[in-house]
Design a protein around this ligand. Structure first.
Ligand code: GLY
Ligand code: MN
Ligand code: MN
Length: 432
């Protein structure tokens, strides 16, 4: 375990909390039904600062002249380890994960008052988990009740996510190398679905190809519920049933990414189920691909976040006019938002430990400006539902093309590599 990236991040956070104390719990285990649990997923902030995978753990960071990182985690337990598997225990975890001190999780509530007493401020993600909020309020009240003994509770409360969101927005080298791995696995999973696809298969059979590639190559699994949407199902943005047959002459849209060491990839490809784009599918695809190219061209340090959406939107709206979905000038159609029935989402979002990652998009009224190391998706689409004013040959075509990129010093580094151009897709799907 290389704990250096995590302790570096803890140090960076410690510098920002002054003489405060920060409390960062991990996520609870969650029941799915009766006594069956969901697969455990740690809290992203906790993971960012520790790399510690077990539930029932919390980090306490003490700022000031002698900063300290403290971990509370489950104790070794021979019997529970027979049933549930290995636990580090505080002693081993302290060394392996680079903390200064570690204690049993069961001691947290008792120790918390002394850890927060005399600190200038308390940093916590208030309002995200009522049980943790209650523990912290209880510790504050315990300290306040001891004021005559010279104890003093922190005078200020701060939202811990504010500094952490800022930090998470710019990825460090360690994060970037993990994200490249998540992207490489997801890219080959998308290529695998193209090779496996046959008319008459069910959507879930392609979902199974994704899962196979993810697990076979060591990813944890899906980073989010995958979308495998044949034909007009592609026009339902969050279609996740994935249970319909794939029709011979339709397209299929697949939005799927994997998770590697907590980090998500997020890729969408749209391709012809029979391996060859029809003329009309080709026309619509070319518009979305051109919109993505325009967006990629607009990503560079200093550009406002919204610039790449605006660039993609212009190309999409011109395309809508060319396809006779809309009539009027591009500027007028953008101004009136007449394009919204066919393109109703933003062209991308921050990407990282969460698929829609932490980080502000606006600072006050201004869009955040791009900086090297930021990670984002680029995902224009066109969704043409059947409708009275829609030319019939376009009915039910839904196309999105989504890649993942880092803002680089030069501009933009797209680091997902699934087949994307019409020629690349038809080539990988060739059946001879
Ligand atoms: N897969 C979620 C998204 O594309 O935003
Ligand atoms: Mn996606
Ligand atoms: Mn996305």
């Amino acid at each position: 375990m290389n704990n250096e990236p995590y302790s570096t991040r803890r140090s960076a956070l410690l510098e920002q909390i002054g003489d405060g104390v920060a409390i960062i719990p991990t996520a609870p285990e969650r029941l799915r039904n009766r006594d069956a649990y969901y697969p455990y997923r740690f809290d992203s902030y906790f993971w960012y600062l520790s790399g510690f995978p077990e539930p029932e753990a919390v980090i306490v960071l003490i700022g000031g002249h002698e900063p300290e990182s403290i971990l509370f985690c489950r104790e070794k337990n021979a019997e529970r380890e027979v049933w549930d598997g290995f636990r580090h225990g505080p002693e081993a975890a302290c060394d392996a994960f680079g903390f200064d001190r570690a204690y049993p999780f069961s001691a947290f509530e008792e120790k918390l008052p002394e850890l927060i007493a005399k600190r200038g401020s308390l940093w916590h993600a208030l309002g995200h988990d009522a049980a943790w909020d209650a523990k912290i309020v209880s510790a504050l009240n315990t300290v306040r009740a001891q004021s005559r003994a010279g104890k003093r509770a922190p005078g200020a409360m701060h939202d811990l996510h504010t500094p952490l969101d800022r930090m998470r927005l710019r990825k460090d080298e360690h994060e970037m190398s993990i994200m490249r791995r998540a992207a490489a696995i997801a890219s080959s999973a998308h290529a695998r679905t193209m090779r496996a696809c046959r008319p008459g298969m069910a959507e879930y059979e392609l979902e199974a190809e994704l899962a196979h590639e993810f697990r076979q190559r060591g990813a944890t699994g899906h980073a989010y519920s995958p979308i495998v949407a044949g034909g007009s199902n592609a026009c339902v943005l969050h279609y996740v049933e994935n249970d319909k047959p794939l029709a011979e002459n339709a397209l299929v849209l697949i939005d799927a990414g994997c998770e590697v060491q907590g980090y998500a990839s997020d890729i969408t490809r749209s391709f012809p189920i029979n391996g060859r784009f029809s003329a009309v599918q080709r026309d619509v695809y070319a518009i979305v691909l051109a919109a993505q190219a325009a967006a990629i061209g607009a990503i560079k340090p200093g550009a406002p976040f919204i610039a790449y959406h605006d660039a993609a939107l212009r190309v999409l709206v011109q395309g809508m006019a060319d396809l006779k979905l809309l009539a009027g000038s591009v500027d007028g159609l953008i101004e009136s938002e007449a394009y919204k029935p066919f393109y109703m989402h933003r062209t991308g979002h921050w990407l990282g430990l969460d698929v829609h990652d932490a980080g502000e998009y606006k600072s006050g009224d201004d869009w955040v400006r791009l900086e090297p190391g930021m990670a984002l998706t680029i995902e224009p689409g066109l969704y043409i539902r059947a409708g009275a004013d829609v030319p019939e040959h376009l009915h039910g075509i839904g196309i999105r093309i989504e890649d993942d990129a880092f803002v680089s010093t030069e501009g933009c580094e797209v680091y997902t590599t699934a087949p994307k151009t019409i020629a690349e897709i038809e080539d990988v799907m060739r059946r001879d």
